[in-house]
Each structure stands twice: as structure tokens, then as C-alpha cells.
Design a binder for this molecule. Structure first.
Ligand SMILES: NC(=O)c1ccc[n+]([C@@H]2O[C@H](COP(=O)([O-])OP(=O)(O)OC[C@H]3O[C@@H](n4cnc5c(N)ncnc54)[C@H](O)[C@@H]3O)[C@@H](O)[C@H]2O)c1
Length: 298
């Protein structure tokens, strides 16, 4: 089963990262902006990211235009009809993703692989709304996609082995190291990482340490490249919140419940780096711990 052209639905952080990675490895990509509006911003963000790759020596300058030329931007689903693989990467909401899968099933042939980049939703629940279910799987990348080498290939309830093998081979072709995971909420990485971030927030709420010290402790004491608060801001607090809720929904254990602080930040729209504020305030140079989180939690 060859994967020659790929459709990506969702042009946010992950959609753009996947498009860049695939295009840098010679794959033609159709990137669909899933919400109304111009694709100009997404195109400009991709160009900027490629220019950064050139300045860091990760991409040769003469290759930049070729990579850009391999990504076609659209706000329509119809151009995906000819793709051999479609990866959705829209908002982490089951009904919205199911609705998208229903639409995709009407547009693409039964042999097109339909994959989701969901962090914690059930791939089987997405499969349930599809015809030809054996072609539905998870393909979970990590942020930032061009730099993170892992991809989780998720084997959902009726996914065929042929599809899993095709995705494993595709991951290797685009420079990723795949692991095959059975469909479990959070798969491997987020199932372990989400409770870790939630526990760090609880330590903060209990006054065990400051944001800066908890981050520093995990960087220097556990050799993590970034501490849990910097990581949560990097992932996006709405995404962390959705992951926590989905894992809690599944396991119903207190250690997976969403702490107040996370709920409040998300309610106020402080989603981390992408909004300029979360556990840190990125409007300051260098970023400082969010001063509103210095007081004890009521
Ligand atoms: N951020 C991460 O670290 C990370 C890592 C792996 C997987 N994921 C998963 O990737 C997916 C996308 O996450 P992201 O970080 O790129 O988020 P993002 O906020 O950067 O992008 C989300 C995209 O969804 C679109 N969108 C918003 N509301 C929509 C709606 N109602 N209908 C259709 N599309 C809508 C937006 O236009 C945007 O393109 C999610 O399923 C997330 O769980 C995220």
C-alpha cells in the first residue's frame, strides 16, 4: 500500500508541522484550513518556519521553494479526493472530528487511509462513524513535528494490519521512528505525560515550589529538556485540558482530574505560548512566571 500524496485537515500548530515535515521529505501535501477564512496566515507561518530551518542549517536554502511548492493550501475538502492518506488535526473535540470523518467518507474512495492526530480521543470512536473501518487508524505526531522523532501509530478496533504497516513505513519515509500502540486513551506518551503535568500543577497549588523551581527541578534533576510548566505552555493549555478530561473520563481516577489552576487559565483564554500567556508570561523578554499564579489557590 503506497502513500503518495497526503491530505492534512487543520492548519494549526500540528497541521503545519506535519505538512512541513512531509514536504521536506518529498511528499506532496494538500493542507486544508478547516475553519472559514484566508489561508494566508498559515502559508506565511510555514514559510517562516522553513526560513528558520534554513538559518539553523536543517534545510538548504535552494530547497526552500521546492518544499513550499509541495504544500497546496485550500479551505475545501474536495481536493482531498485523490490523496492516499488523510490525517486530520483539527480541534480536540470528538463530535467535531466525527463530523469531519463523516464528510471525508463521502469524498474519498474506500481504500484511502483515514488517520487522526488526536492526542487522547478514542480512535475507535472516530472509526465508528466511518464506512470501510479497516482503513481508519491513529497517526500521532509530537510538537514541534519537524524536530520530534517519534510517531505513534494507533491500531484501533478494526484497523487492518496492512494499514498499520503502511503507516509504519510512511513514518520511516518522513524520518520518524514509529511505535505501534493499541487504542488506549492517551496512547503511551500522553497517558504518562498528562498526569505528570497535572501533578506539577497540584504541587504548585499546594505551595510545594514555585513555577520556576518546579521546572528547574525537573530540568536539572531528571534531565528533562523543559520543566512541566514550560512543556504545558508549549503544548497549549487547551490541549492539556482536553487530554486531562479525556483521560479522566476513561479512568475516573483523582490523579487525572483537572486542577483548578488549569481550568481557570483555559477559561480566561491563557493557553500558553500560542496566546502569549499561560504558566509563563511570554510578553516579557525573557518570559517570566505568570504573576497571577504566585498567590495560593483559593
Ligand atoms: N499541540 C500539541 O502538542 C499536540 C501534539 C500532538 C497532537 N495534537 C493534536 O493535534 C490536533 C490539533 O492540535 P493543535 O495543537 O494543532 O491545535 P491548534 O489550536 O494549533 O489548531 C487547531 C486547528 O483546528 C481548527 N479548528 C478550530 N475549531 C474548529 C472547528 N470547530 N472545526 C474544525 N476545525 C476547527 C483551527 O482552525 C486550527 O487549524 C488536536 O487533536 C491535538 O490534540 C496536539
Amino acid at each position: 500500500m503506497d502513500i503518495n500524496s497526503v491530505g492534512i485537515v487543520g492548519s494549526g500548530t500540528m497541521g503545519l508541522g506535519m505538512a512541513q515535515t512531509m514536504a521536506q521529505h518529498g511528499v506532496n501535501v494538500t493542507l486544508v484550513k478547516a475553519t472559514p477564512g484566508s489561508t494566508d496566515k498559515a502559508q506565511a507561518t510555514l514559510k517562516k518556519s522553513l526560513e528558520r530551518a534554513v538559518s539553523k542549517g536543517a534545510l538548504r536554502e535552494e530547497e526552500l521553494e521546492g518544499v513550499l511548492g509541495r504544500v497546496a493550501f485550500t479551505d475545501q475538502l474536495d481536493p482531498l479526493a485523490d490523496c492516499s492518506l488523510i490525517v486530520e488535526s483539527i480541534i480536540e473535540d470528538l463530535e467535531t472530528k466525527q463530523d469531519l470523518f463523516r464528510k471525508l467518507c463521502k469524498i474519498v474512495p474506500a481504500e484511502t487511509i483515514l488517520a487522526t492526530n488526536t492526542s487522547t480521543l478514542s480512535v475507535t470512536a472516530l472509526m465508528s462513524v466511518c464506512e470501510a473501518r479497516a482503513r481508519v487508524a491513529g497517526l500521532h505526531f509530537f510538537n514541534p513535528v519537524p524536530l520530534m522523532s517519534l510517531a505513534e501509530v494507533i491500531h484501533a478496533f478494526e484497523t487492518s494490519d496492512v494499514v498499520v504497516t503502511a503507516l509504519v513505513n510512511f513514518c520511516r519515509r518522513i524520518g520518524k521512528e514509529p511505535v505501534v500502540v493499541q487504542d488506549t486513551t492517551g496512547f503511551i506518551v500522553n497517558r504518562l505525560l498528562t498526569p505528570y503535568i497535572l501533578n506539577a500543577i497540584r504541587l504548585l497549588e499546594q505551595g510545594t515550589g514555585t513555577i520556576g523551581d518546579i521546572d528547574k527541578a525537573m530540568r536539572l534533576g531528571a534531565s528533562h529538556p523543559m520543566g512541566p510548566f514550560a512543556l504545558a505552555d508549549y503544548i497549549g493549555l487547551d490541549v492539556v485540558n482536553a487530554m486531562a478530561q479525556n483521560i479522566y473520563e476513561d479512568v475516573r481516577q483523582q490523579y487525572t482530574a483537572t486542577p483548578h489552576t488549569l481550568t481557570r487559565l483555559v477559561l480566561l483564554g491563557y493557553l500558553g505560548r500560542k496566546t502569549g500567556k499561560g504558566f509563563y508570561d511570554y510578553t516579557q523578554q525573557p518570559a517570566i512566571p505568570n504573576p497571577d499564579l504566585a498567590r495560593p489557590v483559593a
